[in-house]
Design a binder for this molecule. Structure first.
Ligand code: C2E
Ligand code: CA
Ligand code: CA
Ligand code: CA
Length: 279
C-alpha cells in the first residue's frame, strides 16, 4: 500500500500539497473502514456524584485501523465532516446504540440513556428527526433512552426548521444537550428561543477549576444560568477530587470524566457499571 501511495503522490503531486494528499488517502481509508466495519463504540459513564449512581453514558466512536490500531475521533471526525462521510458514520453509531439498548432490554438489564454526538451537518438536514423516529420505531424504543448532543453552531441560526426539528425530537421524548458549552459562537439568545434539556460545560472550563479563578467564575455563571433556565448541567472532563468538590459546592452533581471512568468498550462498561445496579 505504501508503494502504491508513493506512485499516487507522483501522479497527484503536481497539484496537491502533502496535506491535501494525506487527507485524500485518509478519506479513501475512511470509506473502506465504513464498508469493512472498522469502527467501535466506547462508552463513558456519567454519574450523579451525590448518590454515586450512573445516570447515562456517552457513545464515543473509535476507529480500529487494521494497521495503525485504535484511532481517536479527534483524528478522523474533522475529515469525516469535510468529506460528508460523517452522515454514514453517524447513522452507524445511532443504530449501534439502539442495538445496545435493545440488547439490555432483552437481557433484562435496566436501561440507562445513551447519548450520541450529532454533527451539525446532519442535524441541519431536513430529515433528521424523521430518521430518528424510524430508528426508534424499528427497535420499539422510547425516545427517553436516546440523548442527543449538538454543538452551539447547530442551533445558532434561529430558523423555523430548527424549531420544528427540536419540537419533533421533544415529542419523541428525546433529551437534547448542548455540547462543549461556552466554546462556540456563544449567544444566549437561542437558550430563550429553544427549550433545551441541558448543557455540557466544556472540559476547558473544568480544568484546574479550583485554582484558576477565571475558569471558576465562568463555570459558576454557567451553572447559575442553567439552573434559572431549569436546564440540567453536566460537567465534562472531571479528573480530580478537587474539581469534583468545587462542582458539588456549586450544586453541579452530574459529572463525566476520567475521575469516574474513561470511555471503554461495552463488555468492560457492563462489568463496571451495569451488572452492579439494582432494579
Ligand atoms: P466530546 O463530545 O466533547 O467528547 C468528550 C471527549 O472528552 C471524549 O474524547 C472523551 O474521551 C474525553 N474525555 C472525557 N473525560 C475526560 C477527562 O476527564 N479528561 C480528558 N482529558 N478527556 C476526557 P474522544 O472520545 O476522543 O472524542 C473526541 C470528540 O470526537 C468528541 O468530543 C466528539 O466531538 C467527537 N466524537 C466522538 N464520537 C463521535 C460520534 O459518534 N459522532 C460525532 N459526530 N462526533 C463524535
Ligand atoms: Ca451485552
Ligand atoms: Ca459529546
Ligand atoms: Ca464536549
Amino acid at each position: 500500500a505504501k508503494e502504491q501511495g508513493r506512485n499516487m503522490y507522483q501522479v497527484y503531486g503536481d497539484f496537491m500539497d502533502e496535506r491535501t494528499y494525506q487527507s485524500f488517502l485518509m478519506e479513501k481509508q475512511l470509506r473502506k473502514a465504513i464498508l469493512n466495519g472498522e469502527f467501535i463504540i466506547y462508552y463513558q459513564p456519567r454519574v450523579n456524584a451525590l448518590t454515586g449512581e450512573i445516570i447515562s453514558a456517552e457513545a464515543l466512536i473509535r476507529w480500529e485501523h487494521p494497521q495503525l490500531g485504535l484511532i481517536s475521533p479527534g483524528e478522523f471526525i474533522p475529515l469525516a465532516e469535510e468529506s460528508g462521510l460523517i452522515i454514514q458514520i453517524g447513522k452507524w453509531v445511532k443504530r449501534k446504540v439502539c442495538e445496545q439498548l435493545n440488547e439490555w432490554r432483552v437481557e433484562r438489564i435496566p436501561l440507562i440513556p445513551i447519548s450520541v454526538n450529532v454533527s451539525s451537518q446532519r442535524f441541519l438536514q431536513r430529515d433528521f428527526s424523521n430518521d430518528i423516529k424510524v430508528l426508534l420505531n424499528e427497535f420499539q424504543l422510547e425516545g427517553k433512552w436516546l440523548e442527543i448532543e449538538i454543538t452551539e453552531n447547530s442551533i445558532m441560526k434561529n430558523e423555523e426548521y430548527i424549531y420544528e426539528c427540536l419540537r419533533e425530537l421533544k415529542k419523541m421524548g428525546i433529551r437534547i444537550f448542548i455540547d462543549d458549552f461556552g466554546t462556540g459562537y456563544s449567544s444566549f439568545n437561542y437558550l430563550k428561543t429553544f427549550k433545551l434539556d441541558g448543557i455540557k460545560i466544556d472540559r476547558s472550563f473544568i480544568q484546574n477549576i479550583s485554582t484558576e479563578s477565571d475558569n471558576a467564575g465562568i463555570t459558576i455563571a454557567m451553572i447559575k444560568m442553567a439552573q434559572h433556565l431549569k436546564m440540567d448541567v453536566i460537567a465534562e472532563g472531571v479528573e480530580t477530587e478537587a474539581e469534583l468538590s468545587f462542582l458539588l459546592e456549586q450544586d453541579c452533581q452530574f459529572v463525566q470524566g476520567f475521575y469516574f471512568g474513561r470511555p471503554c468498550p461495552m463488555e468492560e462498561f457492563e462489568e463496571k457499571y451495569m451488572y452492579s445496579r439494582q432494579e
